[in-house]
Design a protein around this ligand. Structure first.
Ligand code: AMP
Length: 196
């Protein structure tokens, strides 16, 4: 058995934390394209040099570069039996690319974990965190704007997978363990369990 998973969730919903937990529980690597880009930037690789200015401007790295990066990462031995992608796919072109890449291997995405959270509760949580950390640039307006951008950008991606019945909506509000348990239960209902 294997598990090819994607996680999506709004800023502040604890997506990175849950990604690590799911990956460990299911026994697949958590692959974050953002982390890979940041590592390349830090190491000054040719990819990092190309990506840096784009990332600094808050824009998306072009699909050609991002898709190649994902292709080579998924070709590594640890991803043979599956993976959990975090931060990819982020454009409809990337969805199509991933479909084609997996189809070549006779596989496909098994499930998309979508963390959902009440906007106002999320904003309140992020405002509290910003206050605690003294991040005065994070005011209610910028936080709400980031949530809007997330929703606008993610909606078409989630819609593509929802058409295939692959999206698992998980209530993202609650403690780390509580949310983690909800995710595991939803995955288990799809036959995706530990050590696959
Ligand atoms: P993240 O940590 O996922 O927010 O990613 C940080 C930055 O890396 C983004 O703002 C983009 O510039 C770049 N990036 C990460 N994943 C992708 C992707 N799937 N497509 C394009 N750019 C990406």
């Amino acid at each position: 058995m294997s598990a090819r998973l994607i996680i999506v969730g709004p800023p502040g919903a604890g997506k990175g934390t849950q990604a690590g937990r799911i990956a460990e529980a299911v026994g697949v690597p958590a692959i974050s394209t953002g982390d890979i880009f940041r590592k390349n930037v830090a190491e000054g690789t040719p990819l990092g040099v190309q990506a840096k200015a784009i990332m600094d401007a808050g824009e998306y790295v072009p699909d050609e570069l991002t898709n190649e990066l994902v292709k080579s990462r998924l070709a590594e031995a640890d991803a043979e039996q599956g993976f959990l992608l975090d931060g990819y796919p982020r454009t409809v072109g990337q969805v199509a690319y991933l479909d084609a890449l997996l189809a070549e291997q006779g596989t496909a995405v098994d499930a998309v974990v979508q963390l959902v959270a009440d906007q106002d509760a999320l904003v309140a949580r992020l405002l509290k965190r910003a206050e605690e950390q003294g991040r005065t640039d994070d005011n209610e307006e910028t936080i709400r704007r980031r949530q809007e951008v997330y929703t606008e950008q993610t909606a078409p991606i989630v819609a593509a997978y929802a058409e295939r019945g692959l999206v698992l909506d998980i209530d993202g509000l609650g403690g780390i363990d509580e949310v983690g348990d909800r995710i595991q239960a939803a995955l288990a209902a799809r036959g995706i369990t530990a050590g696959v």
